[in-house]
Design a protein around this ligand. Structure first.
Ligand code: FES
Length: 304
């Protein structure tokens, strides 16, 4: 079979490539660890390569690559390694190479079971907010507010972890938790619902403390969605967190906000409800317009 040559300026190496292999496959066969977060499906851009010479020897972009390139505004010479095949020699540069990048990537693969760089998973996404947090934060000194929040996070984190969940983010009084990343979870939505119930139970005890100390009490509003999420370990060296990105995450946040309109404590989406059909019966349903989303959405109220 005719073999072509790929010269990688980044690695100072010439490697062989058959017309059947994508550039990514040729790099991997040569032992060059080019990242490919989506697994080579033209849904991320981490496998991108810069064609320095021989653009005419690259076959035209296929449909998937064309769509992604248009979305990203890639010039002609930036190609997806996982989609590009060649009919002649080329010279390339790869963008992800320095020691820090490699360390970060290797650490990312060592972390929580089930998370990898940019992995796409079906997860239950829980947003939980404290309803009357802002007046509390305005009424008491910052030290007290931070102390109370830390106590709240610690209490709730224990419950989330007990139900196979993981906190992805906290912002002010809000918690974003993910269920389904850990293998033991048979039904991530059920785990998320039980978490909310136990969080509310723990809140009753928490409020005894809050009332005694500050003459105050909190209530929690929660929203659960089920859908595709891109999860990855975000690591700055001193700070580490599992980030979750995707429309399903935004929708979960909007569902949590919708509790305000209906005076409810826990609302779940239709996709989440499907996952617990026959196991749990919603109290009632509400038709809601979610901010930034078109049309009406059915949300189901679950007793806490
Ligand atoms: S590996 Fe994700 S687009 Fe190529």
């Amino acid at each position: 079979m005719t073999m072509f040559k790929i010269f990688s300026q980044t690695d100072s190496r010439t490697i062989p490539a058959s017309p059947d292999d994508t550039v990514l496959e040729a790099l991997h066969k040569a032992g060059i660890d080019q990242i490919h977060a989506c697994g080579g499906d033209a849904r991320c851009t981490t496998c991108r390569i810069y064609i320095i010479e021989g653009l005419d020897n690259c076959r035209p972009r296929n449909e998937k690559e064309t769509l992604l390139a248009l979305k990203m505004g890639f010039p002609e010479n930036i190609r997806l390694g996982c989609q590009t095949r060649i009919d002649g020699n080329i010279t390339i540069k790869r963008p992800v190479v320095d020691k820090l990048d490699l360390e970060i990537i290797l650490r990312q693969f060592d972390n929580l079971p089930g998370t990898r760089l940019g992995q796409e998973k079906d997860l239950a996404i829980l947003f939980a907010d404290i309803e009357n947090y802002t007046p509390f934060a305005e009424a008491f000194p910052a030290y007290d507010v931070v102390h109370v929040l830390n106590r709240y996070y610690q209490t709730m984190n224990e419950i989330i972890v007990q139900h196979n969940g993981v906190i992805s983010d906290v912002a002010g009084d809000g918690i974003l938790a993910l269920f389904g990343l850990i293998e033991e979870s048979d039904n991530p939505v059920l785990d998320a619902v039980y978490t909310v119930r136990n969080m509310n139970r723990a809140l009753t005890r928490f409020n005894e403390y809050l009332f005694k100390m500050y003459d105050w009490s909190f209530t929690i509003r929660s929203g659960i969605n089920f859908g595709k999420v891109i999860v990855g370990n975000f690591d700055t060296g001193t700070m580490h967190k599992i980030s979750a990105i995707g429309d399903a995450v935004n929708i979960a946040s909007r569902i949590e906000s919708a509790n305000k309109d209906f005076g409810t404590r826990l609302l779940i989406s239709q996709s989440a409800k499907k996952k617990i059909e026959g196991l749990m019966r919603p109290e009632k349903f509400h038709r809601a317009r979610l901010k930034g989303k078109s049309g009406e959405h059915l949300l189901y109220e679950i007793e806490v």
